[in-house]
Design a protein around this ligand. Structure first.
Ligand code: GAL
Length: 354
């Protein structure tokens, strides 16, 4: 009887405590859900490696356009804070720190040094702020450190292959015209983007591989880095013109700006013969050069598609929403946009879409 008198109040107290705990937990969850449902804005911190890079500056314009579209479509407010790291990883790390201190919801980083992402990742992870890296691909090991790290870019290999196909197709139609000295071998120079950049090394390897696999013999006269830059492309080309005079038959450039720099050098020297020039990116000036015949072609690097991928992914991560079906997130981490070959044959269609 005595033991019954003790057990009953203990059981009742236990039940009451359980009910209170369950209520408390569900009220917390409710509060969280309300917070997510009530979210109507996001703040995005964007750091780019160099604002004077033509392709990157057009990508930034595309990001602004995509942001406006997303704001209208979803009825939300997006604050973009875009800063330039000016080619310094140390400055970029400070920018990331500042974004974190300001309490931004997500960071988009165009790494200066793609092999040196660890400081930025450490800071983001400890502040629990997701990061979308873009255009300059970090090493896989770094990206795998956390499930809130993503990469948006292009399929580097494809751009090299398509560039090689443009040259091979031009040779199929006009080999004798391109092979000016008639030795059956195409003498070429190549302007490379940047040491250690995934797009540079892969494009350089695959463009030549594709041309030779098409049965065309080539001979390399020169290979120089010009940092994606038109003025540097011009300087390298002026040097080559002094050394090789009219021996160069093809100029291959890892991007349009360097190809245009080479064309600037040839125009300044007023050279009589015309080597074939091919670029990559399909920037506004690059497409113009295809249209007016200065370049035989370029490969469109889909900056608009990449910007759409970045903004859609940022929205989906911050608002906890599904990505649209048109955007594929492979391995839960990567969005890679395909390229398009551009030559005189389809330039008008491409320009219409721009
Ligand atoms: C490449 C692009 C280059 C340059 C570089 C910067 O994808 O083709 O023009 O912008 O990115 O990382």
């Amino acid at each position: 009887m005595t033991s019954k008198r003790i057990i009953l109040p203990v059981v009742i107290t236990f039940i009451i405590i359980c009910i209170l705990i369950v209520n408390y937990i569900s009220s917390l969850q409710g509060r969280d859900n309300t917070k997510e449902n009530e979210r109507t804005s996001m703040k995005v911190g964007i750091s780019i490696y160099n604002q004077y890079d033509t392709f990157i500056s057009s990508l930034v314009d595309n990001l602004k356009e995509e942001t406006k579209r997303m704001e209208q479509e979803k009825g939300i407010t997006i604050t973009l804070d875009i800063v330039n790291a000016g080619g310094s990883q140390v400055s970029q790390n400070y920018q990331v720190e500042e974004f974190i201190n300001k309490g931004y919801d997500i960071l988009c980083i165009n790494l200066v040094d793609r092999t040196d992402a660890s400081t930025a990742i450490d800071m983001a992870m400890s502040a629990d702020i997701p990061v979308i890296f873009f255009n300059r691909e970090l090493v896989e090991k770094d990206l795998e450190r956390w499930d809130q790290l993503f990469y948006v870019g292009a399929v580097a290999l494809e751009s090299g292959i398509m560039q090689g196909q443009i040259v091979a197709e031009a040779c199929e139609k006009n080999f004798n015209q391109i092979d000016k000295n008639g030795d059956g071998v195409l003498q070429y120079v190549i302007l490379e983007g940047e040491a250690g950049h995934q797009d540079s090394s892969i494009r350089t390897e695959y463009v030549i591989k594709t041309i030779t696999e098409a049965g065309i013999s080539v001979e390399k006269l020169g290979d120089e880095i010009a940092n994606w830059n038109r003025a540097q492309g011009e300087t390298r080309m002026s040097q080559w013109l002094k050394t090789y005079d009219d021996e160069i038959e093809i100029i291959i450039a890892n991007n349009d700006d360097m190809a245009l720099g080479a064309i600037d050098a040839m125009k300044k020297e007023n050279i009589a013969y015309k080597p074939v020039v091919v670029g990559i990116d399909g920037t506004e000036v690059g497409l113009e050069a295809v249209k007016n015949g200065d370049m035989i072609g370029t490969v469109l690097n889909d900056g608009m598609g990449q910007a759409e991928g970045i903004i859609e992914l940022a929205y989906s991560v911050v608002f906890h929403k599904e990505l649209p079906e048109t955007i594929e997130l492979s391995d839960d981490k990567y969005i890679r946009k395909p390229h398009i070959k551009v030559t005189l044959e389809n330039i008008d269609k491409i320009l219409e879409k721009k």
